[in-house]
Design a protein around this ligand. Sequence first.
Ligand code: SF4
Length: 446
Amino acid sequence: MIVLLSTYELGRPPFGLASAAAWLRAAGLEVRTVDLSRDPMPPAVVAQARVFALHVPMHAATRLAGPVLVMLRDARPEALRVAFGLYGPMNEAWLRHQGASHVLGVEAEAQLVALASGQRVDAPLPRGTQVPRLAFRVPDRSTLPPLDRYARLTIEGEQRLAGYTEASRGCLHTCAHCPIVPVYGGALRVVPVDVVMADVDQQVAAGARHITFGDPDFLNGPTHARRLLEALSARHPDVTYDVTIKVEHLLRHPDLLDLLAATRCAFVTSAVEAFDDDILRRLRKGHTADDARRAIAACRDRGLALVPTFVAFTPWTTLDGYLALLDALVANDLVGVVAPVQLALRLLLPAGSALLADPVVARVAGAFDRDALAHPWTHDDPVVDRLQADMMAWLGRQGRRASAALAYEELRRLAEVAAGRSRDTCAPADAWVRATVPYLDEPWYC
Ligand code: SF4
């Protein structure tokens, strides 16, 4: 028996397990899936499996995989213990130290089949090697927990069961802080429309009334995106969906924004990251602060809800710059739509981050921390680091109680105190609570 394990996928049904399960079962192998974010590990599974494969698609999932690998190494030293996914190659040494016998990268389904069939697999692929081109299969979700155990969409007072699929993998762009870039190196792999739609169909049949397209950028392939949206709205006209689109693409494809607005797009997530041109240039985002404002307006003009994400604290962030970010949220009517944690997130420097070549980052970043799976860094101004820590502590105490407006108010107060500003220089709180948009009810931390 082969056991596919997921530790964390943002409260979504674990796509990585469903895709791997389809490949392994097609090869005639017996597969069990366990989503450890929803269920404990069954002891019988630990005792019986001959291959354990943990999916590590993001930072939090990789850290959570560590103790699982240790447990499996101690309990089943003779079994194969495979880590696979985006965070595999960059954390290979640590994953092996935790107990992984094999580490695979992305597009690993065929390699998993080979390993589970007893073949030798040398992996992960060295840096700069082209990622494999797979003939994608429809994910097999037959043994995943039901959709009602995952994050739901709240929209207009209604809760909808949410499915998740991917219409492409990788990304054509090379933003400096993005973990996809060192692995895919600007490559894009497009999943055929019939495969994506078959996956959507099976999730709708299982009760989904909303689909998240988890592509790193949905408009990397604009023609592909158009075909998919037309197929989705023809086949499931009542099913809502959400997508992630970069600012540059929101501006470049007004016709597709029209299509998003005309179909059941509940919201578009976009990595605005900052309203500071120097920071955006260092991140190689390919957009300016003014581009972001125009993209926000382009969505608003069409009635399309935009959910921006930010990297609020970087080595280049100043206190005035942080307050300017808060001002920009008010000016663009975004306070009600930004998840509170977005306003306190700190730049993550994973192993091999291109940002380590930035002179400021190189000066403030420390050696790779194997426990944190990142390079720690300290801001030149200790007040900025203290502010970020105070904000995270406040958000931690609030848990899920903090509304976006309440969080904005308190985080703004903390920032103004840190900057030595007087409270009465800022806008009244009631000016900050405006738009609300549909949202998935599990906040995310990649
Ligand atoms: S556009 Fe998004 S997914 Fe693509 S490289 Fe930039 S941050 Fe990464």
